[in-house]
Design a protein around this ligand. Structure first.
Ligand SMILES: *Cc1c(COP(=O)(O)O)cnc(C)c1O
Ligand SMILES: [Zn+2]
Length: 500
């Protein structure tokens, strides 16, 4: 909509000016640091950081209705900078001027209601929020849009000159980082570290296609992470993992969008997310807390964090009911189809521990729980979802499996509504579907295909035919007619078609 067509009362709020007083806060010693320098850990005690707005109180002075109208009217603007995650500019990166914002189509991903059959088998109403419909086909784009907008702001204001963006990745972080770096060009280059043979061919093709330097490292993600941590400690590089607090800020938009799409009424809502490095669940908790603290939502939804039994350090930590006895220890991961979450030592664990406590305190109830599911359940639920018209990735399957388990265990009632995070696009993980359909999962996964979920292509090549068309060698005349006749006959027989 054109600016002059908006109602007068909303015009002053539509296009945000840079504002706010952002600081890094250390989760270890509690100290704060200015955002003028890029920090990944506390310069004093090395603990992880989160970015806070020291001027957050100002948000409480606006009435909830005004906030709702600001975000809802903003949706109608044609300004690219405000189309994605920065629709919530005041809560994501308020210091960043619109001209530094990078928008590649991230955010505003759709919520698709589970089809009736699928809802019935899970046992409650739910929606997939399809974060695979982001530009690099995973939710990581939300955090990258934030981190790269900040880097662009630093470049635009001359606070940095050349940037080498590095990250370790289970596949999707590198795809996203390489994409944004490629778009910004000139002063930004990217290098990504991947565990050798532990990302899918589609994920590997993404940073290669974007022109990043791609390094494959023996081992698993946790090993790659140690290497980039060393690199970012000792060299002048910009670390783009979710250890970087700017990534968390952008990923909070997932929570804001849910609030907006449900018209800010989050009663009886459950949000289900997979956990790998735990940046995503950190961001989702923080996003809801921010909107709750500002009065924009009146309820903090339940959050269910899901892990595979093959990579379950967070689940294990919380399986001890007595908080005083909980003790975090990293796990050695095993092969998982939820490969992007195959992480044994989540970098954001200290953030999770603090935020879970804070979230439950603010909600005045236990609102967060953790579920583990096995590889079989993950595959079965992913395939079931997609047979019902969805586009879930294995992590979407993991979340759906977690939701079904949480229902069974009575952690969720049938009259609640769930939002299930399908964190990437199904196509990135098509290889696991293939392994299932062809029954060739290596033993370590412990996945046995169910006959009713298997689907295979059928090659139609009638035995009686002597000649077949080939590229550049078409059939003609009688040979072509014979070919069409026999092939259509065979398909009609297989489909048991009735003559008209
Ligand atoms: C990164 C990723 C996860 C895990 O998210 P964390 O923030 O690391 O917990 C889950 N699913 C997909 C598809 C991912 O790319
Ligand atoms: Zn510190």
């Amino acid at each position: 909509m054109r600016h002059d067509h908006f109602p007068e009362f909303i015009k002053p709020y539509l296009i945000p000016e840079p504002e706010g007083d952002l600081v890094y806060r250390c989760l270890g010693c509690g100290d704060t640091f200015g955002i003028g320098a890029l920090h990944y850990v506390c310069p004093r005690c090395q603990a992880v950081l989160l970015i806070e707005d020291a001027g957050f109180e100002r948000h409480k002075r606006r009435a909830a209705e005004l906030w709702h109208q600001i975000f809802d009217y903003r949706k109608m603007l044609s300004l690219p900078a405000l189309k994605g995650i920065y629709r919530f500019h005041e809560f994501i990166g308020p210091v960043i001027p619109l001209k530094s914002i990078v928008y590649l189509g991230e955010g505003h991903t759709p919520m698709i209601e589970g089809n009736p059959g699928l809802q019935a088998s899970v046992g409650l109403r739910f929606f997939f929020k399809n974060d695979g419909q982001n530009p690099s086909a995973s939710f990581k784009d939300r955090g990258m849009a934030s981190a790269f907008s900040y880097i662009k702001y630093m470049l635009d204001t001359g606070q940095v000159s050349d940037v080498l963006a590095v990250c370790a990745s289970t596949g999707d972080t590198s795809a996203a980082a390489a994409l944004y770096a490629a778009y910004l060009q000139a002063n930004i280059k990217s290098a990504v570290l991947l565990p050798h043979k532990k990302v899918t061919p589609q994920q590997l093709s993404q940073p290669l296609g974007s022109g990043a330097r791609v390094f494959e490292i023996p081992g698993v993600f946790d090993d790659c992470m140690k290497v980039v941590e060393k690199l970012s400690d000792e060299y002048r590089v910009a670390l783009l993992n979710s250890k970087n607090a700017w990534r968390i800020l952008g990923q909070e938009s997932y929570a804001f969008e849910i609030a907006q799409d449900l018209e800010y009424d989050l009663q009886d809502l459950v949000v289900v997310v997979p956990i790998g490095n735990a940046g995503n669940i950190t961001a989702v908790m923080r996003g809801f807390i921010k909107f709750f603290d500002a009065g924009i939502i009146q309820t903090l939804p339940k959050i269910v964090g899901v892990q595979s039994v093959h990579a379950n350090p967070v689940y294990r930590y919380y399986s001890e009911p007595d908080p005083a006895k909980r003790h975090f220890s990293p796990v050695t991961v095993k092969a998982s189809v939820a490969q992007a979450a195959m992480i044994g030592n989540p970098v954001s664990m200290p953030r999770v521990i603090q935020l879970v406590e804070h979230y439950n305190q603010r909600a005045d109830a236990q609102r967060i729980c953790f579920i583990e599911v096995n590889e079989q359940e993950i595959m079965d639920w992913e395939l079931r979802a997609n047979r019902n018209g969805h586009i879930a990735c294995t992590h979407g399957g993991e979340c759906l499996a977690g939701l079904a388990r949480a229902r069974e265990q009575g952690l969720i009632r049938h009259d609640e509504t769930a939002i299930v995070d399908s964190t990437a696009h199904a196509l990135k993980f098509g290889g696991f579907q293939e392994m299932y359909f062809e029954d060739r999962f290596p033993e370590e996964f412990r996945v046995q295909p169910r006959a009713e979920l298997i689907n295979r292509p059928v090659l139609v090549k009638p035995e009686g035919l002597k000649r077949f068309p080939a590229p550049g060698k078409p059939l003609e005349g009688e040979a072509l007619e014979e070919f069409i006749e026999q092939v259509s006959h065979e398909i009609a027989t297989l489909l048991e078609l009735v003559k008209r």
